[in-house]
Every structure is written in C-alpha cells, then in structure tokens.
Design a protein around this ligand. Structure first.
Ligand SMILES: [Zn+2]
Length: 195
C-alpha cells in the first residue's frame, strides 16, 4: 500500500465517521450566531453554541450536549444557567441571525432603486440598511443584539445602492451630479402621398 493510498483511506474513513455518526450534521445544525431572548432580562442577546462539542457528543453518545460558547451578555453574566439553550433546541434554525436577517429583507424593496431585494449572497453581496440619520451600512457591522431595534427604524438597501449611495453619503465633495437628459422619440408621420 502506497503512502497516497493510505492517506486516501484515512481521509475516506474520517469522512465516513463524520457523516455516519451525525457529527457533521450536528455541527451544521448548531453552527452560527443566534439571536435569543435572555430569560434573565427578557432582552435580545447574541449567542453561539459550542457546535464542535455538541457534534462530538452526538457522535460518541448519540445525543448532542448543547452549551454556549459565547454570549453578548458575558462576561457580566458569565456562569449563568444558560436557560436560553432551550430556545435554541426548540428551533435551531429560526433563531439563526442569518435566517432572521433574510426574513426581514424578504419581500422588501430597496429604499433607493425600489427593486426587490434579491436572494442574499452573504459572502459577495450582503444587503445593507439606511438608518434614520442617513447613515448607510452593511447589517454585519451592527451588534447582533441590537438588530431587532434597528430593523424597526431603518430602511432596506440593496448591495448596489449601498456601494453607490454609501460613497455619495461619505464623499459628497467628490460627487458631481449630472442629471440625464431624456431624449424625446421622434416619429415620422404617415404620408398620404402616392408614389
Ligand atoms: Zn437599490
């Protein structure tokens, strides 16, 4: 058996272990930042689950062990009983921040170009928002736990307008407005002459 064959066999065995034991599916299920309601104060908080640990215990014992890896209320509330985990286990997908943001943009149109916000491509063309003071920014720059309050007061902005209007807002001295002159369509009147 060559070194390459041995390496391929090990990789295949590892992939089979990750898939067949549910490790990969569990990791995907609990990966990502979530927005929950903190049971202690009833306010939104951003948390993330230790997805690797949950996946490990799913693979070893058949049941995932779900614990928080981070919380926006830590370290002040560090050592809490993590009562919000029940919200995550009840509906892991609906409290994902990306799902909440996508749901907010769904059916909305850009406040500048009025085109519907198309399917969100997070890594290439994330959508943006316009705040009440006119500031335009990507939603990812916001603190997640503030999103519910922010979405109540801001307007949706598509990625293209975020680039154009953001530049216009930040660099007004570099922008020259030129209004396009609409050309009128001239039509030739039908002739009654006989040739
Ligand atoms: Zn737009």
């Amino acid at each position: 058996m060559t070194a390459w064959t041995l390496a391929a066999s090990i990789l295949l065995a590892a992939a089979a272990y990750l898939v067949l034991t549910g490790f990969f599916a569990t990791w995907r299920k609990y990966h990502g930042v979530r927005l929950i309601t903190c049971p202690e104060n009833g306010r939104p908080a951003a948390v993330s689950v230790n997805a690797f640990r949950a996946a490990h215990w799913r693979a070893v014992s058949g049941e995932p062990v779900v614990n928080l890896k981070s919380c926006s209320r830590w370290p002040e509330m560090g050592g809490c009983d993590e009562g919000c985990v029940s919200q995550i286990e009840a509906s892991p997908q609906s409290c994902l921040v990306r799902a909440i943001v996508a749901d907010w943009y769904s059916g909305k149109s850009c406040t500048f170009c009025h085109h519907p916000i198309a399917r969100i491509v997070w890594h290439e063309r994330p959508p943006a928002i316009r705040e009440t003071d006119g500031t335009i920014r990507e939603w990812t720059t916001e603190r997640v736990e503030e999103l519910p309050d922010l979405f109540r007061t801001c307007d949706p902005v598509c990625w293209s307008c975020y680039v154009v209007e953001g530049f216009r807002h930040d660099h007004t001295d570099l922008v020259i407005e030129r209004h396009r002159i609409e050309e009128t369509m001239h039509t030739i009147a039908p002739s009654s002459a006989v040739y």
